[in-house]
Every structure is written in C-alpha cells, then in structure tokens.
Design a protein around this ligand. Structure first.
Ligand code: NZQ
Ligand code: ZN
Length: 389
C-alpha cells in the first residue's frame, strides 16, 4: 500500500427528514446565501423545506447555476455576497451547484483574479467561506470532497475551459443526504449519476496492484452495488432503499476513502472534460464513451487489475486471460448502454473531424502525460478518441 494522508471533515446527515437538521447545523447568527440551479429545487419543494429549516435567519437566494457551472454566472454570486455582507453558503442541488458553491466560497477571498484559482488548481486558496449542502443528485461525490470543476466560455485564449481545483478549505462543513430528494430525477440524470460514480471508482481501482486489499474490496463492493441497483433505480426512482444505497455509493466513490494509498488514473475524466467543454455533452456521457476504450487500449499496463476486475466484479473466471479481459471491458460498455447512456462519440453526432480540436484543448491545459503511469500522451489520447468514434 502507498503512503497516504486521509482527511475529511464533512459531517453527513443521512436519511429521510434530515433537511430539518439544517437548523442545528448552520450557525444561528449566519447571514445565508442559498445557491441553487434552474428550477428543480423549487418545483419539488426542496427549496421551501430548506428555507423553513433556516427559520428566522437572514436569507438571500442565488439561482441559475448551470449544469457544468460557469465562472461567468458564479462571479455574480461573489458580488452579491460582498454587497450584502453574507457569511454562510448553502448549496441545494447536484454536483454543479455544489462545485459552483465551492468556487464562490473561495473566490470571495481571492486576492486578484478569481480565475487564478482554477489556473493554479487551488494552490492559491488560503481560506473559504463556510458552507453546507443539500444533495439532490447522487453522482459526483462533491458533497463530501474538496474538488470542484468550473467552466468558462470567454477565456483569453478563446478556448472553452473546463478546469478543476482542489483545496482542503472547500470541503463542505456538512451535507444533508436525504434519498427522498432524488425522487424527481429524470432517467437521464439517474443514469448519468450511476455512470459517473462507477467511473470514479474505476479511476481509483483499475490501475495496478499495490497490495491495498481493503481499498480494492471497498471498490469492488461499490461497483457491484451499482451494477445491482443501477437498472432497478431507472425502473423505480421512488424506491427509498435503492436511492439510499445509490446516494451512499456515490458519496463513498469520491470522498477520498477508496483513493487513499492507491495509484489513480483520471485520464478518462480529463479527456471527458474537454469533450464537454467543446461539445456540451453531459459529464457522464463523456465518461461512458471514453472509459471502455481507455481500458481496452491500455490493457497491457492494466492487465493484473483487469483480471481481478473480471473475476471479482463480473465473476468471469473461465477462458484465457485475454478473453476474460475482453469480456470484462465488454460488460462495462454493455452496462452503460443498458442504462441508455450511449458509449460512442458518433451516437452524439461527433465525428473524427472533432479530434484535433480536442487534442489542442488537452495540450493547452497541460494534459499531455495522464494516467497512473503518466503515459497517456497526446498520441495515446488521439488513439483513444479515434477508437471511440
Ligand atoms: O438546475 P436544476 O433545475 O436543479 O436541474 C438539475 C440539472 O439540470 C437536475 N437536477 C438536480 N437534482 C434534481 C434535478 N432534477 C430533478 N430532480 C432533482 N432532485 O439535474 C441536472 C444536472 O445537474 P448537475 O448538478 O449538473 O449534475 P451532476 O451532479 O452530475 O454534476 C455534474 C458536474 O459535476 C462535475 C462535472 O464535471 C459537472 O460539471 N464533477 C464534479 C466532481 C467533484 N466535485 O468531485 C467530480 C466529477 O467527476 C465531476 O467532474
Ligand atoms: Zn466524474
């Protein structure tokens, strides 16, 4: 096992009715900004429930955080906070709202240009405004981690950027995980959530063995749970136990636990971010396209773990090693397709013509040595993209 530091200060309030506990979790004197997305939190009553829980506190709202949250929108929240001396943030939504809130929390204290937070990947974040979250979409793990992904459409380079930052100052203080808040999710978002969580586990599990038995078995258990419940959730989105398991899997997939003491990959995510930046695909759609091809083209370096994945996750123990690896990769692709998330660029009307621009984006963002061995060069990314058509 590799050396590691594990730190996670986020309190989780899990279960039906837990929104009411916000009253205990937010300081009594706080001047609160509730941050949310389009209309879902309003329509399904979550926003009203959150406001009721905040009682007599001074509360303002900031709405309109988009899927793939943009700098251009979020910077307006920073201005509102400064103008009205707000001092506590409450994110109500999915990964985009939570990521956006993380950026706002850090940008309020930025010295100079807040976009530097992204350019420096968070290294310049010295403090952040405290905040909590009410999660409405299990997927990203943002509710219990220190990462955030922000898009910007008008950059100096003329490129569309989708960049991440991490900082231990932006862990949420608390996250309310009430599975009933997911009941209104449409099939596309549910399927996206399953694919995103699955890929987070794979990015941290499917590298090379380091005798990290606990992390491996955690990861395999989480993957198997997703395989088991993914299709059922699409059929029964209002099944409490299914949603409860889904929510907790997605949180555990990216809260630092399974990634401690093991190598991690993340090449699929980095290529995926560029596809979203240029073509607007949902985050999870990009992962469904790239992950199976990535595994297939890097099967030599990932051989030992692919065999372990085949046997322990998919129960494939017959046939030659090559046949088992091939079957495990095919099963992964079929699983995503079974959730109605297409796994080919062409299914989203993206052809080979798009590849040079995607590679230029990767290069401009310094994504030229990706993966656990840093051997996913631009040439390798080109191969992956070409094989993903
Ligand atoms: O805007 P509203 O109207 O609220 O609708 C949202 C949005 O359109 C809707 N939604 C959310 N909860 C709902 C609901 N609709 C009905 N009922 C509910 N209960 O779902 C749509 C998508 O929401 P979004 O927050 O964009 O989805 P997700 O949670 O998948 O977040 C994706 C973003 O997270 C980033 C992605 O890159 C992307 O920008 N990621 C963040 C990570 C992190 N912080 O650790 C890691 C991930 O790899 C990922 O990169
Ligand atoms: Zn992801």
């Amino acid at each position: 096992m590799l050396n590691f530091d594990f730190y996670n200060p986020t309190r989780i309030a899990f279960g039906k009715g837990k929104v009411a506990e916000i009253d205990k979790l937010v300081p009594a004197e706080a001047r609160v900004l509730i941050v949310y997305g389009g209309s879902s939190a309003k329509k399904n009553g979550t926003l009203d429930e959150v406001k009721a829980a905040l009682g007599g506190r001074y509360v303002e709202e900031f709405s309109g955080v988009e899927p793939n949250p943009t700098y251009e929108t979020l910077i307006k929240a920073v201005a509102q906070i400064k103008a009205n001396r707000l001092d506590y943030l409450l994110a109500v939504g999915g990964g985009s709202v939570i990521d956006g809130t993380k950026f706002v929390a850090a940008a309020v204290y930025a010295e100079g240009d807040p976009w530097e937070i992204l350019l420096q990947r968070g290294a310049n974040v010295k403090q952040a405004m405290p905040y909590g979250t009410v999660l409405t979409l299990p997927a990203t793990g943002s509710e219990m981690n220190d990462g955030s992904v922000i898009s910007r459409t008008e950059t100096a380079s003329g490129l569309h950027d989708k960049l991440y930052f991490t900082s231990e100052h932006v862990f949420p203080q608390f996250s309310v995980l009430d599975p009933t808040k997911t009941y209104t999710l449409p099939p596309r978002q549910l399927a996206n959530g399953v694919v995103d969580a699955y890929t987070h586990i794979m990015e941290q599990y499917l590298t090379y063995p380091v005798e990290a038995r606990v992390q491996d078995r955690f990861a395999e258990g989480l993957l198997q749970t997703l395989i088991e419940i993914g299709p059922k959730i699409l059929q029964n989105p209002q099944d409490y136990d299914l949603q409860a398991n889904f929510m907790w899997v997605a949180t555990l997939a990216l809260n630092g636990l399974i990634g401690s003491g093991v190598p991690s990959d993340w090449a699929t995510h980095m290529i995926g971010h560029e596809i979203t930046a240029l073509h607007g695909l949902d985050h999870a759609q990009t992962l469904a396209i790239i992950l199976p091809t990535m595994l297939s083209l890097r099967r030599d370096a990932k051989r030992a773990k692919l065999l372990q994945y085949a046997e322990r996750v998919w129960h494939i123990s017959e046939g030659t090693e090559d046949a088992r690896i091939e079957a495990a990769i095919q099963n992964t692709r079929a699983f995503f397709e079974s959730l109605s998330v297409p796994t080919r660029l062409s299914a989203y009307n993206i052809s080979a013509d798009a590849i040079p621009a995607l590679l230029a984006q990767l290069e401009s963002h310094g994504m030229v040595k990706l993966g656990e061995h840093q051997d996913v060069t631009l040439d390798k990314s080109r191969e992956v993209l070409e094989a993903s058509i």
